[in-house]
Design a protein around this ligand. Structure first.
Ligand code: ARG
Length: 459
């Protein structure tokens, strides 16, 4: 087929090159936005008198028909037409004749492709935001049910101090709500129209850039034509947001996998969100959580690839930038799939409160509280730390927990210890006494949940 840019060429493109540089196999997903962008462009060309209103109407009618045909699966894209932009232009000209050739007036594929990816990404961000909202709601629901479910909090994956499952889940609520805010902020920079930047130096036609921008729902226009076609920081920023989100999901998955291990048994994943083994009949594996953790790697990889593609490019457009799309699409697809499966997986897991409680009683998670108890009785904290350290060593040698010790045994380590100690070092007291803003006491977590509910309404 004759190329749209074939005028100055005397030879056909080599077949290998045609296959190598064509992007239609993946950028065809942009067809909807490409058509929408072209319709806005055509309408503006007529409104500014560059083409006639009749011509614009003909172009718009043709584009709408093409959109419908693509959606009905009637269109076969042509590899030799390179990309989605030229495929649609060729289809248009076939359909309406020479008027189709006027559509590209004052426009370049360079500003067109930036427009399309911005429109695509804006819509995908909105879908991702809805999925994030679902996840936040799931976390709030679960937290509400587990305000009194005591579990060990860890540092170094060693039992540290008792917390509640609600408090632990609300930590993730905070992370994901920051992710949501970050993405909303990223959206502001995605939602700017580059159309009118031309190839790199704008255009001699009196285009009304604001008209196109407002018709397409953009909040403004790019302020430099070179920048408008040559940066991909809006994609990189989105990929960074996605990477941070995947990092949070992956950490959470790691915990869910640990919690469902037979060594811990804090949770039991629903059968619908687990899979078995082809050889070991007894197995039930937390594959969904493992896969989300695994897919984090490709999302990071896409970000690294894009940063590397861009790092040495002179201004303005370079064909290297065509490499932005597959990684972007893969990031969007992966993130959406992970979020989609994650919320119901969480919502359906069974929590083994008994196991969590018992684990929180082991491992001396109340040792800090015993030290604090001694401080309140007048001992300096460093000395209290020493006394309790010795008590822990004693317990370890006699396979006991601090609560198991008789008052006599306790007093052997410090005469300040009295009968009230048992009440003071029960795991329930340990949690309830941490009644400080941001702390695990049910009263505080309830406040966090209420704030969370308000926050998702505004997010
Ligand atoms: N398919 C190209 C891309 O994705 C469109 C822009 C092509 N521009 C050019 N000057 N070759 O980047």
């Amino acid at each position: 087929m004759k190329k749209l840019w074939g005028g100055r060429f005397s030879k056909n493109t080599d077949k290998l090159v045609e296959d190598f540089h064509s992007s239609i196999s993946f950028d065809k997903r942009l067809y909807y936005w490409d058509v929408k962008g072209s319709i806005a462009h055509a309408r503006m060309l007529a409104d500014t008198g560059v083409i006639s209103q009749e011509e614009a109407q003909l172009i718009i009618k043709g584009l709408n028909e093409i959109l419908k045909e693509i959606e009905e699966g009637e269109v076969e894209f042509d590899l030799s037409a390179e990309d989605i932009h030229m495929n649609i232009e060729i289809l248009l000209t076939k359909k309406i004749g020479d008027t189709g050739k006027k559509l590209h007036t004052g426009r370049s594929r360079n500003d067109q492709v930036a427009l399309d990816t911005r429109l695509y990404l804006r819509a995908e961000i909105d879908t991702i935001q809805d999925l994030l909202k679902e996840l936040l709601k799931t976390l709030l629901d679960l937290a509400e049910k587990h305000l009194d479910t005591v579990m060990p909090g860890y540092t170094h994956l060693q039992r540290a101090q008792p917390v509640t499952l609600a408090h632990h889940l609300m930590a993730y609520f905070q992370m994901f709500s920051r992710d949501k805010e970050r993405l909303e902020d990223c959206r502001k920079r995605v939602n700017i129209s580059p159309l009118g930047s031309g190839a790199l130096a704008g255009t001699t036609f009196p285009l009304n850039r604001e008209q196109v921008a407002s018709e397409l729902g953009f909040s403004g226009i790019t302020m430099n034509s070179i920048d408008g076609v040559s940066d991909r920081d809006y994609i990189i920023e989105f990929m960074s947001c996605a990477s941070i989100m995947m990092m949070h999901l992956s950490r959470f998955c790691e915990e869910l996998i640990f919690w469902s291990s037979q060594e811990v048994e804090f949770i039991d994943m629903d059968d619908a969100y687990s899979t078995g083994s082809s050889i070991m009949p007894q197995k039930k594996n937390p594959d969904v959580a493992e896969l989300v953790r695994g897919k984090t790697g490709r999302v990071y990889g896409n970000l690294m690839a894009m940063l590397t593609v861009m790092k040495g490019l002179p201004l303005a457009y370079n064909k290297d930038m065509q490499e932005d799309k597959e990684g972007l699409f893969d990031t969007v697809d992966t993130l959406k799939k992970c979020l989609l499966v994650f919320s119901p997986m969480l919502a359906t897991m069974k929590v083994n409160k008994e196991k969590m409680l018992n684990a929180s009683k082991g491992g001396f998670t109340n040792a800090t509280d015993l030290a604090d108890y001694l401080v309140k009785k007048g001992l300096p904290f460093r000395d209290a730390h020493e006394v309790v350290g010795k008590l822990v060593a004693y317990c370890l040698s006699s396979s006991k927990s601090l609560d198991d010790l008789s008052i006599k045994e306790l007093q052997g380590f410090s005469p300040l210890i009295e009968e009230d100690v048992y009440q003071e070092i029960s795991v329930y007291t340990c949690v309830e006494k941490r009644n400080i803003p941001g702390g695990p006491a049910a009263e505080q977590v309830r406040i966090a949940i209420e704030e969370g509910k308000k926050r998702i309404e505004t997010l």
